[in-house]
Design a protein around this ligand. Structure first.
Ligand code: ARG
Length: 587
C-alpha cells in the first residue's frame, strides 16, 4: 500500500535525474528482511548498468531529489545502490486510520482497468464432472474474483464441450438402449453408461460405428429429432453443472459452449485456406509451421528420434468434420469482436499446452492486428495425485466424481467439527462443516504452484494447523470474535498512538502488503501467492494476539490493537473470499 506513493515519488526523482524514460520500471517493494527497513528499491543498479553510470552515485543523486520526508526517516543507500526506506511511526498510524475509516482495505483499484475474458471450468456434456475439474474451476474462479476486486472488467466464459463426434455414439445409445428409469434417477450416470456401452459395441461391430456417424451427420444437418435429444442431453448436464457450481459458489457471465461457434467453422477454414495459412493434407485441412521460429520453439514441429517432423494443427477432418482447434479459432475471433479484451486467459490443464501454442500461433498468423492488441495466455496446471504418487483415483481405480468428493469433504469436516464442538447443535455443525470442508478442498488445490502436481490428502487439508483453509478460517474467527467483543472504536484515536511492539509492527507491515499480493496474483495468475499471504497473516495475527493484550490495554493502545484485530479479520475474510472460500463466525 505505502509502496505506491513511495514508488511514484521515486519515479519522479529518477525522472529528474535521468530525463529520458527508464526502460526498466523503478519499483519499491516490501523489504525482504526487517533489518533493511520496511521497503526497498533494487531497481537503480540495473538502471545504472544500462547507462554505464556508477550505481552509488546515481543512487545519491536520486535520493537528493527524493521527497518522502513526510512518510519516511532519511532514506538509506546500501551496498552497491539499494535504497532502504524506514517508515515514520506516525505514517503507520495514518494509514491504519484511513483503513479503519473504510477508505480502502490496503489495496486500490487498478489505475488502468483491463478487459479480460477468462475461459475456465469448461467440462464436457454427458459426462460427470470429476476431481480434475476442481483445478480449472477453482483457479479460474479465484482469478476472476481477483481481477474484479482490482477493478478490471471480467467476462468469465464456460466453454462447455457440447459438440463433437461423441454425440454420434450417444445418439445411438439413447435411441437403442436408454433406460428411462435410470435416466430419471441419475441422468449423468445413464448417459455415461450409454456412451461406454456403445463405444465398446462399436469395437466389435463396425456397422454400429457407421450408424453413429450417420446419427452425427443428421445432428449436424439439423435433424429435429437428433437436435431434440442433443438439447436434452445438454439440459440434463447443465443441471449437474449448476448444482456443482452452486455448491462451489462459482458464477459465469457466459456459457457459450463449443456448439455456439458451429456456424462459423466453415468460414474459418475457408478463410485460412484462402489466405494460404492452411492447406490440404491427406484429405484433411491443416496448418503447418511457417518456419519463422527455431524448431525448439515451433509448436508445429515435434522431435521424433532426433528429427524434427511436422505436427500440424488440424482444422478439418477428411470426413468434413471440424476439430477442437477450429472451434477455438472461431472462439478467439468471436471474443475479440465482441468484447475487445486486452487479454484472453485459458485456465486449462498443462497437457493441452501444445494445443494452445498452436492456437495462439495460428491466430497470430490469421489476424495479426487483433493478435497484437490481445494477449492470449494459457494458464496451465498440473495433476492431482493420490498418496501413492499416481493420478488420484477411487479405491477401485475409477475416476473420482467431483460431487462425491465434495460430499466426502463436508462429511469429514463434520467429524472434525463434532469432535471439537460437540456442544453445538447439528444445524450449526453442518453449516460449519460445509464451509470448512469445501474451503479445505479448494485451498489445498490453490496452494501449490499451479504447474506442480500435488498429492491429495484429506488429513493434511483438514488439519487445523499448518497451511490449510481451516487454519486460516479459524484465525479469522478469533480475530472476528475480539473485534465483536471490543465494540465500535474511533479511527481518529489511531492518530494519537504509534505502534511500537514488534508483533504489532510485523502485523501492520504484512497487512499493508495485501494489495501488492493481489496484484501479483493477477499479474502472474497465481492464486498460491494469496494462500501464502493469508497463511502468514494468520500466523502473524496469532503471535500478535499472544503478545499484545487487546481489550485490557489502556487507551489509545486498546484502539490500535482493536483496529488491528478488525482489519486483520477483514483482510482474512476478503482474501479467503477472493480464493472462493467462505468464512464462518464460529468454528
Ligand atoms: N472441454 C475441454 C476439455 O474438457 C476444455 C476446454 C477448454 N477451453 C478451450 N477454449 N479450449 O478438455
Amino acid at each position: 500500500m505505502l509502496h505506491v506513493p513511495l514508488e511514484q515519488r521515486l519515479r519522479a526523482a529518477v525522472a529528474a535525474v535521468l530525463p529520458d524514460a527508464p526502460s526498466t520500471p523503478v519499483q519499491v517493494r516490501p523489504a525482504t528482511d526487517a533489518k533493511f527497513g520496511d521497503y526497498q528499491c533494487n531497481s537503480l543498479m540495473g538502471l545504472a548498468k544500462e547507462r554505464k553510470l556508477n550505481p552509488r552515485a546515481l543512487a545519491t543523486q536520486v535520493v537528493a531529489q527524493l521527497d518522502v520526508a513526510d512518510l519516511c526517516l532519511p532514506v538509506e543507500i546500501a551496498g552497491p545502490g539499494y535504497l532502504n526506506f524506514r517508515l515514520k511511526p506516525d505514517a503507520w498510524a495514518a494509514i491504519l486510520a484511513a483503513t479503519a475509516r473504510g477508505e480502502h482495505l490496503f489495496f486500490r483499484p487498478a489505475a488502468q482497468p483491463k478487459t479480460l475474458v477468462i475461459d475456465f471450468s469448461s467440462p464436457n456434456v454427458a459426462k460427470p464432472m470429476h476431481v480434475g475439474h476442481i483445478r480449472s474451476t477453482g483457479i479460474g474462479d479465484c482469478l476472476q474474483r481477483t481481477f474484479r476486486l482490482l477493478g478490471h472488467r471480467v467476462i468469465s466464459d464456460n466453454h462447455l464441450g457440447d459438440w463433437g463426434t461423441q454425440f454420434g455414439k450417444l445418439l445411438v445409445g439413447w435411441k437403442q438402449r436408454l433406460d428411462p428409469g435410470a435416466l430419471a434417477a441419475d441422468p449423468i450416470a445413464e448417459m455415461e453408461r450409454l456412451y461406454r456401452e456403445i463405444n465398446a459395441a462399436c469395437e466389435a461391430d463396425p456397422s454400429l460405428l457407421d450408424l453413429a456417424r450417420e446419427e452425427l451427420v443428421r445432428l449436424q444437418a439439423g435433424d429435429p429429432e437428433n437436435l431434440g435429444v442433443w438439447k436434452e442431453m445438454i439440459r440434463l448436464s447443465q443441471v449437474q453443472f449448476d448444482s456443482i457450481y452452486g455448491r462451489l459458489g462459482v458464477q459465469f457471465d457466459q456459457t457459450l459452449g463449443e456448439s455456439f461457434y458451429n456456424p462459423q467453422l466453415n468460414g474459418v477454414v475457408h478463410d485460412l485456406l484462402a489466405r494460404g495459412l492452411a492447406r490440404e493434407s491427406e484429405g484433411a485441412v491443416a496448418v503447418f509451421s511457417d518456419g519463422t521460429l527455431p524448431p525448439k520453439e515451433d509448436p508445429f514441429l515435434v522431435n521424433k528420434d532426433g528429427e524434427w517432423v511436422a505436427d500440424p494443427a488440424l482444422i478439418r477432418k477428411s470426413d468434413g468434420g471440424f476439430n477442437y482447434m477450429t472451434t477455438d479459432l472461431a472462439t478467439v475471433d468471436y471474443r475479440i469482436q465482441t468484447w475487445s479484451p486486452d487479454e484472453i486467459i485459458y485456465v486449462v490443464d498443462d497437457r493441452q499446452s501444445p494445443h494452445f501454442r498452436k492456437l495462439f500461433q495460428t491466430f497470430a498468423r490469421w489476424q495479426p492486428d487483433a493478435a497484437a492488441r490481445t494477449q492470449l495466455r494459457h494458464i496451465g496446471f498440473g495433476k492431482i495425485l493420490g498418496e501413492d504418487g499416481r493420478p488420484f483415483r477411487t479405491r477401485d481405480g475409477g475416476t473420482v466424481k467431483l460431487g462425491d468428493l465434495l460430499d466426502e469433504a463436508v462429511e469429514r469436516a463434520l467429524h472434525v467439527v463434532t469432535e471439537k464442538r460437540p456442544e453445538l447443535d447439528e444445524a450449526s455443525r453442518r453449516e460449519i462443516a460445509r464451509v470448512v470442508g469445501l474451503g479445505a478442498v479448494k485451498y489445498q488445490d490453490l496452494l501449490p504452484n499451479r504447474q506442480s502436481d500435488y498429492v491429495f490428502s484429506w488429513d493434511k487439508m483438514l488439519a487445523l494447523s499448518g497451511n490449510t483453509a481451516p487454519y486460516v478460517q479459524y484465525q479469522f474467527t478469533r480475530a472476528q470474535k475480539v473485534t465483536r467483543e471490543g465494540g465500535a472504536y474511533d479511527p481518529a484515536r489511531l492518530l494519537q498512538t504509534t505502534p511500537t511492539e514488534p508483533a504489532e509492527l510485523a502485523l501492520i507491515r504484512h497487512l499493508l502488503n495485501f494489495g501488492l499480493t493481489l496484484e501479483a496474483v493477477a499479474e502472474e495468475c497465481r492464486p498460491n501467492y494469496l494462500c501464502n499471504y493469508l497463511y502468514d497473516l494468520a500466523g502473524l495475527y496469532s503471535r500478535f494476539y499472544e503478545h499484545c493484550p487487546v481489550l485490557k490495554a489502556e487507551e489509545p493502545v486498546r484502539t490500535l490493537r482493536l483496529a488491528l484485530c478488525d482489519l486483520t479479520a477483514q483482510v482474512l475474510q476478503k482474501g479467503l473470499n477472493t480464493l472462493g472460500i467462505e468464512t464462518t463466525e464460529v468454528m
